[in-house]
Design a protein around this ligand. Structure first.
Ligand SMILES: [Fe+2]
Length: 227
């Protein structure tokens, strides 16, 4: 069922996930696993990515799939099973990162574990790509069958209001640069009218840090916000 004019529940956050998993993959592939400073930076990025993935699966389970289960019992089971499998893979990657940064590890062992970590991140990325594509098609079609767009927007509102500002800022830093200009303007205009000015300024700050200068200027012009 192709209904491009209807509200899509997954497209916006999933673009953010594709963004940070791409960045994590490149960083893991280009890191020197014998360099303590580079390992601290990789560990920070890996832990942030895993935190966002865990949080995303949790809100999907507890809000989106829970709502779907109420109207179509059993229809959320496949995605929930996917989340369990992804969680196990994510835990294994965190454990491997911990082993790489353990005191006294030899450079040879760190490099060997680093190759395994890089492969593991690639496999996790592949699993997420397949999982997200299923949610964006099969699960989205189920949501369209059982919910109106107004109801789906209410579900989205519950997700956003369940997040603390710090977590939201982490998400916006990856989500907003990954959108097209038109999508970005729509999201930012919505934020401008629905959040306190101080929070909107913080979001603008993370967008500026993660967007090219021309794209940022184009955004400000569309929002009619002074540079
Ligand atoms: Fe999911």
């Amino acid at each position: 069922m192709n209904q491009p004019t209807r509200f899509s529940s997954f497209t916006t956050p999933h673009k953010g996930i594709r963004n940070f998993l791409s960045q994590l993959t490149v960083q893991a592939g280009s890191s020197d696993y014998t360099d303590a400073q580079e390992m601290a930076m990789l560990q920070e990025r890996l832990e942030e990515a895993m935190e966002l993935l865990e949080e995303h699966a949790q809100v999907e389970n507890e809000i989106v799939l829970a709502a779907l289960e109420e109207r179509a019992p059993g229809s959320g089971a496949h995605d929930q099973e996917g989340h369990r499998r992804l969680h196990q893979m994510q835990d294994m990657l965190l454990a491997k990162m911990k082993a790489i940064t353990a005191t006294g590890i030899s450079p040879e062992e760190a490099t060997r574990l680093g190759s395994e970590l890089y492969q593991g991140i690639g496999l996790l990325f592949a699993e997420h790509l397949e999982h997200m594509a299923e949610e964006e098609t099969a699960t989205q079609n189920l949501l369209w069958q059982h919910f109106t767009d107004a109801e789906l927007l209410q579900v989205q509102g519950r997700i956003i209001s369940s997040m603390k500002p710090d977590l939201l800022l982490k998400w916006w830093a990856y989500i907003l640069p990954a959108q097209s200009h038109t999508e970005r303007v729509k999201l930012m205009a919505g934020l401008h009218s629905s959040t306190p000015a101080s929070f909107f300024e913080q979001v603008l700050g993370v967008v500026q840090k993660n967007l090219s200068a021309p794209a940022y200027e184009k955004l400000l012009a569309a929002l009619a916000v002074p540079a």
